[in-house]
Write a protein that binds this ligand. Sequence first.
Ligand code: C2E
Ligand code: CA
Ligand code: CA
Length: 679
Amino acid sequence: MAKGTGRSRHASRAGARLFAVYAGASLLPVAVLALVLVNNERGAGLARALAQGRAQAAVIQQMAIAPAVGRADLDRGISAGEQAALQRATNLAVYSGSLTELRLRDFDGRIVFADDGSATDPLPNSDPAFRSAANGRVSAAVVPDPRDPRQNTIRVLQPIVPDVNGQATGVLELYLPYAPIASLVQAETRRTYLLLAVGLVALYLATAGISWSVTRRLTRFAERQAHNARHDSLTKLPNRAAFRDDVRKVLAQPGRRGAVVLMDLNRFKEVNDTLGHHAGDQLLRIVADRLQDGLRTDDVVARLGGDEFGVLLADLDEVDAIHALLDGLQHALREDVDIEGTLLTVEGSFGVVRFPDDGHDLSQLLIRADIAMYHGKRGAERIVFWDKTMRSTATRSHELHSELQRALDHDELVMHYQPKLDLASGRIVSVEALVRWQHPSRGLLFPGEFIPAAEASTLINPLTDWVVQRALADLCLWRRHGLPWTVAVNISAYNLTAPGFAESVIAMVHRASADPADLILEVTETAAVTNDDVALAALRTLADAGIDVSLDDFGTGATGLLELRKFPVRELKIDRVFVADLLDNVGDRSVVQAIVELAHRIGCRVVAEGVEGKEVAEWLRAVGCDLAQGYYFHRPAPWTELLPSRPKTAPATRVRPHVAARRSTDSPLPSVLGEVTPS
Ligand code: C2E
Ligand code: CA
Ligand code: CA
């Protein structure tokens, strides 16, 4: 428990950090935008001042100058009457402060009239502004005041046009006071700045808000991942990793005594086979509840996988007391269970080891408990205490191991394939290879029943080799039918650490004359996101050779989201626990959405597994998930059963939910669920 809250605290601290990064990062573009806008606004302020100056000059020219000088050409000079009229007009304008200086010039630049009568000339006739005015264009500029260079003034040069025939008679040179115009413009600029600031703050708050909500989603996701990494999704009990940690912790405490119990349901497989996986799942949940109810509060019960449970009885090592407690559990387990109208009874086989009497090492204790349990399965006794006379080879995994060796030698393994569909087009683009074992006496076995045993020994390596070769051989076959599907193969963590693994896969691709891009390797999150140098090097070698790595069961481990970028991963497969009931679970929806967003941001495509219904498929397509896989589209089956029903020359298959109920496919089969409508 303490660990759980520690992890979630860690996740929310990481979330706060992530938010700070987001908020900081979005501040930068807003600040740049502000700078650009302010600069632009400064230029606009000056332009407004000059436009105002031009307008004022035009009014003075029309209302005062033109009436005073009439149509006379200034080349000839002006009469004393005109001179007096001009002086009156300018005196008034200067007096009222609407201008500071005024000159009239002829086209050669000679001063014909100056408001103060002086002949000193601040403007040579070669000045471009003058030339431009002499040629009929108005020019305005802010320049230092010729009479008081500490001040600025607006200088306007414009042709004098006395009447509507538009003929210019000379050039008017005007100096207008800059300060009043500038203060007007400044006031306007301040208003604009204020609006700008309010707008930018709103923009920043909006981006920060978006960042906050994304961060919150990611944090929640990380918290769930941390929880999932230590719990079984079906029964909500601690999982194998958590159980091992708990036992290890107790063993590390000096003087602690107790017992470790492994329990396996008898004939559970029959329930699965006859009533289906769903009934099996229901039964496992009931068993989990009964075990929890029958134990003391400090005992730990965990689901270790399949129908196997582990119990830690701390501070209880007396044989009779343990027997009594387990008898009680057995009694509770044997009570009738009603599953979908069928009454069932279950019972378990218990294998018990006591510590420190029977051992003090975790692995050794677990093996001994397994030996005892296996003993019980074969004999009449259902609760068996380990003792050293028991043959250590008599464990389930030993038996499986030798059988599996035989299976590989006698070609008892078969390959089923399940399509991965492109959600946008509704076409199969890839298929996942899922191995099955056609067991001579036990029928078709699913990987959950033999892969763990293969992983516990080195048999996983020849098994994976077999699967890769078989998948590549089948790929060549469907290519002959014109089908473009790539093939995905599941790789165990143990494969990645086996020396030469990557090179041998690459060699198999070459031998099969396949393209490396045709093969995808699905690796679980915990195997791929590793600090193991050998595994990491293998992943890099594969990626460099052009073989894509896909992160399987994503979301059930505890990978930091940003951490992923360090690994050569091209595809994320969202685990089906998030997909199964996302329509009813807003938490799952936000997790899936967060994964899709994140994956795209780091350049990965996203596959949703376990799609069992049309609505789920449609929702996934709407949030931008790339591919989907699940019973809704197709159960795993031999590849020939995935062939399009129409003549096979088409380049790709449009998939309908699979209907045929054949013995060779994984059963039970779904009914028709409708069709995914391609967009
Ligand atoms: P996985 O990689 O997550 O494979 C998908 C599993 O989900 C398959 O179970 C598949 O039948 C099942 N599945 C597919 N669609 C749906 C759905 O809509 N709903 C539900 N509830 N389940 C769905 P399967 O074939 O039993 O495989 C179990 C696991 O065994 C695989 O999980 C994979 O981790 C492992 N496995 C399978 N083949 C191999 C292999 O060749 N080598 C190794 N190392 N592992 C394998
Ligand atoms: Ca897989
Ligand atoms: Ca998976």
